[in-house]
Design a protein around this ligand. Structure first.
Ligand code: SR1
Ligand code: MG
Length: 410
């Protein structure tokens, strides 16, 4: 695939998008050809793009437009519209491996940098559900399936090199979005940068100590190197709890515009790190922290590991025994190999979860769980615990005994 650069797209307004849909048969047919009664509302609340909810009497769509600048900069910061091509391609690949857990793409238009996908309803963003104290009994099952299927399916264990090499090259060109991650996740929070912000003055001394911690600094550099070079699988690239929409029975992963090939533990760790952030913020939102989120973290990892292991051992793939009739001879060796592989993914998962927790606390991009705490002292107490826990994780010694390392002491 070539994620070709679109011509400079014009920003749609609600009115001009309605006219564009009426004039575009591929879009109009999604509404049964009935376009007179379309209501169009801009509902996006992310950092980068515009999202329109289009509803008619015969259908509904979510239409995303990626302009050549980031939404949060209001036009000041240039950003290639090509990100929507990467998002579209990633969603198409994820749909091959986990069709039940991504929205369906109905239309992609590179010229206008516009993509139409299923309007997910009555789904809400996971982060908002967790903040409202919702429990999601099927989330771990669903998201561990998404992770295992997509990470294994796009790995060199499963995907033929002739298909995979061009894909790796294609997504390696998602340079601008990856640069945001390299800067905002791995670099700025660990140095003095204008974009950093934290609850001040309460956290000033703790941030100074964290940035002066040599062991932590070296681990962060090592993690950045792993992100840059360990091309294990096609990553979503920004799998936080704002990138999942769900109901009690249905879970969909959205917004993979940061997609690139990278270490499997990056996606898993970003998700688990955001769940831990939700847990650490609970004292400010509820009277007492509830254990559901910690159970969720355990269940997601255990589900992922079990499903990944089953996929890798079932083959066909890299781990297939050399001769079908020798399967038994290799059974233990193959199982041991997968377990060692998963132990390495676990180390990455813990590390990337910890770095995500730090960057969401002292970097440029924070999370609603903390942003909505109005009592600065209470917010700082919760955030201080985040920084302590994440620093301990990143400077831990020895191999992790299991996912419980991530939630120890909580
Ligand atoms: C400029 S974008 C800031 C952050 O929002 C996205 O969701 C990514 O997490 C990015 O780091
Ligand atoms: Mg996003």
């Amino acid at each position: 695939m070539s994620a070709s650069a679109p011509a400079t797209p014009t920003a749609f307004t609600e009115a001009s998008l309605r006219a564009h849909i009426a004039a575009t048969p591929e879009l109009a047919q999604q509404f049964g050809g009935v376009v007179d009664d379309l209501s169009v509302t801009e509902i996006g609340d992310g950092n980068l793009n515009f999202v329109f909810f289009v509803r008619g009497s015969h259908g509904a769509l979510a239409i995303k437009q990626a302009l050549p600048w980031s939404r949060m900069s209001k036009g000041a910061r240039a950003l290639t519209s090509e990100r929507l091509a990467f998002e579209t391609r990633a969603l198409q690949i994820f749909a091959e491996f986990a069709p039940a857990h991504v929205p369906h793409i109905h239309h992609y238009d590179a010229q206008n940098s516009l993509m139409a996908q299923t309007f997910l309803s009555p789904h809400i963003i996971l982060r908002k559900g967790l903040m409202a104290g919702q429990d999601y009994p099927l989330l771990a099952e669903h998201i561990s399936t998404f992770l295992a299927n997509c990470l294994y399916g796009s790995s060199a264990m499963a995907m033929a090199p002739a298909r995979r090499r061009p894909l790796v090259a294609c997504f390696a060109a998602n340079t601008e979005l990856c640069e945001i991650t390299e800067r905002l996740v791995f670099t700025h929070p660990f140095e003095q940068a204008d974009s950093n912000r934290w609850t001040s003055p309460q956290l000033d001394a703790q941030v100074a100590a964290l940035q002066a911690n040599g062991a932590l600094q070296m681990r962060v550099r090592d993690l950045k190197l792993r992100f840059l070079t360990k091309s294990q699988a096609l990553l979503h690239g920004d799998l936080h709890s704002g990138s999942i929409m769900l109901t009690a029975t249905d879970t969909r992963v959205i917004d993979p515009e940061f997609a690139t090939f990278g270490p499997m533990g990056f996606d898993i760790g970003m998700l688990l790190g955001n769940l831990l952030l939700a847990h650490f913020a609970q004292p400010a939102h509820n009277s007492a922290a509830k254990p559901q989120i910690l159970h969720l973290i355990h269940d997601i990892w255990q589900g992922f590991a079990a499903k990944f292991r089953a996929l890798a051992l079932a083959g066909p793939g890299l781990l297939s025994p050399p001769q079908p009739d020798r399967t038994q001879d290799y059974a233990d060796l193959r199982a041991g190999w997968v377990d060692a592989f998963l132990a390495d993914v676990l180390e990455d998962t813990i590390d990337f979860a910890a770095i995500e927790m730090i960057r969401r606390t002292i970097g440029a991009a924070h999370v609603a769980e903390f942003e909505e705490i109005t009592d600065a002292d209470l917010r700082a107490r919760c955030e201080s615990a985040v920084l302590d826990h994440a620093t301990a994780l990143l400077t831990r010694k020895g191999a992790a005994s299991g996912i419980s390392v991530l939630t120890a002491g909580r």
